[in-house]
Design a protein around this ligand. Structure first.
Ligand code: NAD
Length: 489
């Protein structure tokens, strides 16, 4: 049985980072200069961007097997999970961007019939921001690095990408595929490394946008550093996302609900930003839910052991954090019946899917985002009190999941609890909806991407108003001198 990844990633030297940042900026300005000399810059730009997206598409396609193997080596994610959750989605998203690009790049007319504007022409065009820094996390190392990259390229930017150091095999393959994709030198560059290298990138103050995906703790470091140079940033963060099974949910659907909840809570070993972090179950259905939890766990994992295809915790520290929280919980644990994990569990960083019930808001499992295959259950009586508690403890989660058959109740929860997204009747899958905005609110982040939202995020909307000269007599009011005649009009 192999351990989790022990590969040493080759980190970019700090002096090379300065150079890469400068190349990224210079390339952007030179590209714009070249375009400005074209007879039809917009058409040329569209062709250029399409070509880069095609290059990215084929580079991913050609390296798909290598990427999947790398993710398996990094944290034992199965091939099927990686294909479904990362490479297929990524390639579809790139194709979609290619398809919508002509429409997205077309300036939009705005009409205003008030006197100063009635004879002029107003358009809003989406211009490239410039040089973009993308910092990505470990848990979906390909999609969350190359997805934003595709949107940034679609919007005509240059990019410096900093993949997660916790998935070294995947980061290495990504660098290889980006280096050999055929992009012009300087368009896309990779910086490999951890805190020192990312800090160096953040401190240079030279980017036009920082797109960060990761934990709220590091997110605030990124935002603080970005603020020093007035660099805008998008923060895609995590947090504790609640799931409700309410009193108005048909008991005959509880099993289906639990399958969908476990899919989100235990997939990728719970290391999903939109994982159902904890379950809020109404007293009237609580015992039924616990009973069905046991059944579904046994059905999903009939013989859970070290050879089961199950993603590992990314590193020993994450394993220790999660097991410490599990050891300190006051709740009752449910594991799949035939679970046998030997003494080398910690070396393998494997935690079996675990449901924990009879817990309260002060439990160790409610202190921080679990980010592990652990699903705490809190029994509740009063919906409004429970929502108050969520607002008080976690404010604005990245997502909320609702299992209820009452439209009034669903509306009630949605009205009271703000969240980045919401699914009624399922978990996690909303991230796959093309052209639906994905992002957080408040402490789960700000800014969105996904389909054309990504294009917009990586663009600046510029208003261009063209005023003719012949109509100056209609504008006489604004010119001095102000006199009583004008005031009377
Ligand atoms: P992380 O914040 O530890 O790391 C993310 C990136 O930041 C990495 O590239 C890392 O090298 C860099 N980094 C780490 N510490 C840093 C520091 N002190 N200064 C500068 N850079 C630093 O996150 P992670 O463990 O890779 O990912 C898990 C977290 O990301 C979870 O909280 C999860 O919910 C969140 N997440 C959010 C989304 C989303 O789209 N909202 C998606 C995936 C993960």
């Amino acid at each position: 049985m192999s351990k989790i990844s022990t590969m040493n990633l080759h980190y970019t030297s700090l002096s090379e980072i300065d150079e890469k940042v400068q190349i990224s900026k210079t390339f952007f300005f030179e590209k714009q200069l070249k375009l400005s000399h074209e007879s039809n810059p917009r058409k040329k730009d569209l062709e250029f961007r399409k070509l880069q997206l095609k290059r990215l598409y084929y580079a991913v396609k050609d390296h798909e097997e290598e990427l999947i193997d790398a993710m398996y080596q990094d944290f034992h994610r199965t091939k099927l999970e990686s294909v479904l959750s990362e490479t297929t989605k990524l390639m579809n998203d790139i194709l979609h961007l290619i398809e919508i690009l002509p429409k997205m790049m077309k300036p939009q007319k705005v009409s205003d019939s008030s006197p100063p504007f009635m004879f002029g022409k107003t358009v809003v065009e989406k211009i490239s921001r410039g040089s973009i820094l993308i910092i990505s996390p470990f848990n979906f190392p390909v999609l969350l690095a190359l997805g934003p990259l595709a949107a940034a390229l679609a919007a005509g930017n240059t990019v410096v990408l900093k993949p997660s150091e916790l998935t070294p095999h995947t980061a290495t393959i990504m660098e290889k595929l980006l280096t050999t994709a055929g992009f012009p030198n300087g368009l896309v560059q990779v910086v490999q490394g951890a805190i020192d290298e990312t800090t160096k990138l953040l401190d240079c103050g030279k980017f036009d946008l920082i797109f960060y995906t990761g934990s709220p703790r590091v997110g605030s470091v990124v935002a603080e550093k970005a603020a020093k140079s007035l660099t805008p940033c998008v923060l895609e963060l995590g947090g504790k996302s609640p799931t409700f099974i309410t009193e108005n949910f048909k008991t005959s659907n509880i099993k289906t609900a639990l399958k969908r909840i476990f899919f989100g809570a235990f997939g990728n070993s719970g290391q999903i930003c939109v994982s159902p972090d904890y379950l809020l179950v109404h007293t009237s259905v609580h015992s039924k839910v616990i009973e069905e939890c046991k059944e579904v766990l046994n059905e999903f994992y009939p013989n859970f052991n070290e050879t089961t295809d199950f993603t590992r915790m990314i590193q020993e520290r994450a394993y220790k954090n999660a097991t410490e929280s599990l050891n300190s919980t006051n709740g009752c644990k449910i594991l799949p019946l035939n679970t046998s994990i030997g003494p080398n569990a910690s070396e393998l960083c494997i935690i079996p899917p675990t449901v924990v019930y009879n817990i309260d808001w002060n439990d160790s499992l409610m202190k921080q985002e679990n980010f592990a295959p652990i699903l705490p259950i809190i029994e509740y009586n009063d919906l409004d009190e429970t929502i108050n508690k969520i607002i008080q403890e976690h404010d604005t989660p990245l997502v909320q999941y609702i299992f209820s058959d009452s439209t009034t109740e669903i509306e009630h929860i949605l009205t009271r609890l703000r969240s980045g997204g919401c699914i009624v009747g399922d978990t996690v899958v909303h991230v796959g909806i093309t052209d639906a905005p994905f992002g957080g609110i408040g402490n789960s982040g700000y800014g969105t991407y996904g389909g054309f939202h990504g294009f917009n995020t990586f663009s600046h909307e510029r208003t261009i108003f063209k005023q003719p000269y012949w109509n100056d007599f209609t504008l006489f009011m604004r010119y001095p001198p102000i006199n009583s005649q004008k005031e009377k009009l």
